[in-house]
Design a protein. Structure first.
Length: 81
């Protein structure tokens, strides 16, 4: 079994109100030096067998179809470990 990670983030031109709320809250919590925060999602997909090209292509298809809204989000597929 292998673990494939899909990181999903809003495209840079899309406003991120959750990220903005986090960025505003950090100084109130004693954290400084943060210029911006973008919030995203992480999916961990366990695949049967090795994470070969076919398995990664299948996870990429999952991301395009279900895990990410490709109109407003970008995603990156990578193998963990």
């Amino acid at each position: 079994m292998a673990r494939v990670i899909v990181d999903v983030m809003l495209k840079p031109e899309i406003l991120d109100p959750q990220g903005q709320a986090i960025a505003r809250a950090l100084p109130r919590l004693g954290f400084s030096g943060v210029a911006d925060v973008r919030q995203g999602k992480r999916f961990e997909v366990e695949v049967d067998g090795p994470a070969d090209d076919a398995a990664i292509a299948e996870v990429r298809k999952m991301a395009e179809t279900l895990l990410a809204n490709t109109v407003i989000e970008d995603f990156v597929v990578r193998v963990e470990g």
